[in-house]
Design a protein around this ligand. Sequence first.
Ligand code: PEP
Ligand code: MN
Length: 362
Amino acid sequence: MQTIEQTNKNGVQEKWSKRPLIISGPCSAETEEQVIETATRLADTGKVDVLRAGIWKPRTRPGSFEGIGAKGLPWLQKAKKLTGLPTAVEVATGKQVENALHFDVDILWIGARTTVNPFSVQDVADALKGVKVPVLIKNPINPDLELWTGAVERVAKAGIEQIGLIHRGFSSYGNTEYRNAPMWHLAIEMKRRNPDMLLINDPSHICGRRDILLDVSQQAIDLDFDGLMIETHIDPDKAWSDASQQITPEQLASLLGEIIWRKEDINSEEYHSVLEKMRQQINQLDDELMQLLGQRMKVAETIGTYKKENNITILQTKRWNEILERAAKKGERFGLSKEFIIKYFDAVHMESITHQNKVFNS
Ligand code: PEP
Ligand code: MN
């Protein structure tokens, strides 16, 4: 069993309070050489605090690479010895907790596919009883704060004192520009409920691609997140999992160099004021609303194509009345006045018709 002294020796206690806390490493440990080279190159940047690697990988479909398993744990131990970087690993079962601790892993994290399942979280929590190890809990894949909170409570009840949160975005219906929609307001609400808990952002799993990693990282820092977890690989295109979102250690260093860590034109007191945070929340919600409206217009265009091909008129009064009635009823439940709903839907409807007209005339 790992003691607090052991974790202290690895510098984890200090790291836990460092801001920003930067966690990086491959999605999956693949070979000993890959783990050691990644760790060494990350350590050389001087910008990374913790080395992460997936050892057991929960995959949507069987047949994909499901992780190297416990045989990768000594590689991490060796990487730690060579670089001094504390290590972090995802655990989904009690057995994995035992294995990871046996090989001196410093920080454990619960993955998004585990947080959704109270049986699995409880199994992990039971194995954590009497152990002093920091645990990070990723948000569940579906946008449900109660599940996330439930996982935090189970781990806390097991006696774990150092608990942190990782925001990695949420599955959402339809294609968005993200692999997992950030739904920032949920992370902000979770921080409001747990103001003293470490909150890390995972842009890699939010983006699923490299080109928007910087934007999402900056967004997180602007929202006062405590740190970032970003996947890195020595040869990203050849990674055995999540190839399209990984970057090299050197690219990570330049990404971190490009982030503006504090906006200079905003004085820090005001920036941290409650008002400023609420304004950020409003901006986020507005951005998400616009993204959804954009998606709605795309659907309207597809319907436009169908109408054109089948010689149906653009405006169908019956359907329009149906939409309005439904919206007025729903809106009431959310505290929105009927007048507002009518004005709002009129505007949305006009925009839809403009989009469909374009389709008709193309
Ligand atoms: C990961 O960090 O590699 C991972 C599997 O993430 P998530 O649980 O967020 O999908
Ligand atoms: Mn991954």
